[in-house]
Design a binder for this molecule. Structure first.
Ligand code: NAD
Ligand code: UDX
Length: 460
């Protein structure tokens, strides 16, 4: 295999930051530089106060504290890090395209292509290029074409190494991955990356495939996971009509080892930067090959998810006597899941948007999400002006105060701390009847009903 002394990672986001921090911690003999064009992000990664890291993940600060300055560096000097590296991970964002052909469906590959062009123009020595970003199947062919036409006589080997970490559990997922997937054409390049992971991942968990299988497996894994959530959410609606309880159904079917118990938690709908984007991309790819049945099949996962968010908001409106105009509704949670400060595609954003269109007044408390982020999420929808969003939405730092005088509380994220609040005090400071809409099935129905709450949960 090739000798790797220096690695560069382009993109210091939710994937590049934690992933390469763990590689640095596990491989003290390799120097790792994570670069980004976002100056504030790099400054935050370099902040002496580890509470200011741009990504919140349990366990991340300890890892950064150990490796940063030793063999882990964060920098905005992309050219220098690329020039010096023997191996380059590309971990930039690949959002859904919001313009032109494939708008709203295809992955926007402009950031990936910019990386390839920058590498091509800077590189003076042979390099292994690793696709860490989630990419449409056959992207490696495009990368290779750009890299091979540099005229510098430099050799590039391209590998696909998709990342399967979930936010909130990123560090434990990275330290003990179910599998590491490496796709490539050149055996020596594949062996080189395998050797790096062998520093902490058992051989049996390192899987090698051809390039296209690796690229396609990432989209497929996310589509399957999201499909499970939509499947159980579809059943949650049927439960509400029939007297079945969706948690009981989940448990009953999950004990079948062929089905498995994970990812069967009914909710207000899945969020996060990956599921919707990756399924839309899969649907787009299928259609581009003329595979309409395949495309329609996966499209339904998204349709179901949109329906679930809409349905949750509709139920609040209906239950509050068909009007929420001028009523205070408190959101507990804004992040798309617990233990992360990430809000991308969070169900909370869409539920808030529906309720705001009905002139509700929303107060939001989330333990890790800033007010700036929340307003930015709402402004991005363009449903109403930034001024209107700020007039209708309050963000507060104290959950008990958040609930004061509210007509209803909606639980949007499953943060553990919500379970232990002083629900007695909350109840007595709310309007009556005091409603709770639990989009995460987090709280205890019996306890809350005994306190006098009107409690509604998904799928019951
Ligand atoms: P992110 O937006 O948090 O981070 C991407 C970073 O890349 C940004 O900081 C951006 O400034 C930087 N960047 C973009 N173009 C650049 C360039 N030309 N040069 C230098 N820096 C550049 O995104 P993310 O959540 O880390 O996701 C990155 C990729 O990983 C995506 O393809 C995503 O689908 C995939 N992925 C994400 C997750 C997840 O849980 N977030 C999990 C697995 C895979
Ligand atoms: C996902 C994949 O799990 C991960 O492997 C991939 O690398 C990136 O995308 P992530 O989006 O970070 O990870 O979190 P995940 O735990 O998958 O949750 C996604 C969404 O589904 C969240 O909004 C979560 O609340 C929701 N969800 C998940 C449910 O509603 N029910 C479940 O049973 C599981």
């Amino acid at each position: 295999s090739f000798n790797i002394k220096k690695i560069c990672c382009i993109g210091a986001g939710y994937v590049g930051g934690p992933t390469m921090s763990v590689v640095a911690q596990q491989c003290p003999h390799i120097q790792i530089t994570i670069v980004d064009v976002n100056v504030e992000r790099i400054a935050a990664w370099n902040d002496e106060n580890l509470d200011n890291l741009p990504v919140y993940e349990p366990g991340l600060t300890q890892i950064v504290a150990e490796a940063r300055g030793r063999n882990l560096f964060f920098s905005t000097d992309v050219d220098k890090a690329v020039d010096e590296a023997d191996m380059i991970f590309i971990s930039v964002n690949t959002p859904t395209k919001n313009y032109g052909k494939g708008k709203g469906m295809a992955a926007d590959l402009k950031y990936i292509e910019l990386c390839a062009r920058q590498i091509a123009s800077v590189a003076k020595t042979d390099k292994i290029i690793v696709e860490k970003s989630t990419l449409p199947v056959r992207t490696a062919a495009a990368l290779k074409s750009i890299l091979d036409h540099t005229g510098n006589g430099v050799n590039f080997h391209i590998l696909s190494n998709p990342e399967f970490l979930a936010e909130g559990t990123a560090i434990q997922d990275l330290l003990a991955p179910d599998r590491v997937l490496i796709g490539g054409e050149n055996q020596e390049a594949i062996d080189t990356l395998v050797k790096i992971y062998q520093n902490w991942v058992p051989d049996t968990n390192i899987l090698t495939t051809n390039l296209w299988s690796s690229e396609l497996s990432k989209l497929t894994a996310n589509a399957f996971l999201a499909q499970r959530v939509s499947s159980i959410n579809s059943i949650s609606e049927l439960c509400e009509k029939t007297g079945a309880n969706v948690d009981e159904v989940s448990k009953a079917i999950g004990m079948d080892t062929r089905i498995g118990s994970k990812f069967l938690k009914a909710s207000v709908g899945f969020g996060g930067s990956c599921f919707q984007k990756d399924i839309l991309n899969l649907v787009y790819i299928a259609r581009s090959y003329g595979l309409n049945e395949v495309a329609d099949y996966w499209d339904q996962v998204i349709i179901m998810n949109d329906h679930q968010k809409q349905r949750f908001a509709d139920n609040i409106i209906q239950t509050l006597y068909n009007t929420v105009s001028g009523k205070k509704i408190t959101f507990l949670g804004w992040a798309f899941k617990k233990d992360t400060n990430d809000t991308r595609e969070s169900a909370a954003i869409y539920v808030a948007d529906y309720l705001l269109s009905e002139q509700a007044e929303i107060t939001i408390y989330d333990p890790k999400v800033t007010a700036e982020r929340i307003y930015a999420d709402l402004d991005y929808l363009n449903t109403r002006s930034p001024e209107e969003n700020r007039a209708l939405v309050k963000v507060v730092n104290d959950p008990i105060q958040a609930c004061q005088d509210a007509h209803a509380i909606a639980v949007l994220t499953e943060w553990d701390e919500f379970k232990n609040y002083d629900w007695y005090t909350i109840k007595h400071q709310m309007k009556r009847p005091a409603f709770i809409f639990d989009g995460r099935k987090l709280l205890n129905r019996k306890y809350l009903e005994d306190l006098g709450f009107k409690y509604y949960a998904i799928g019951e």
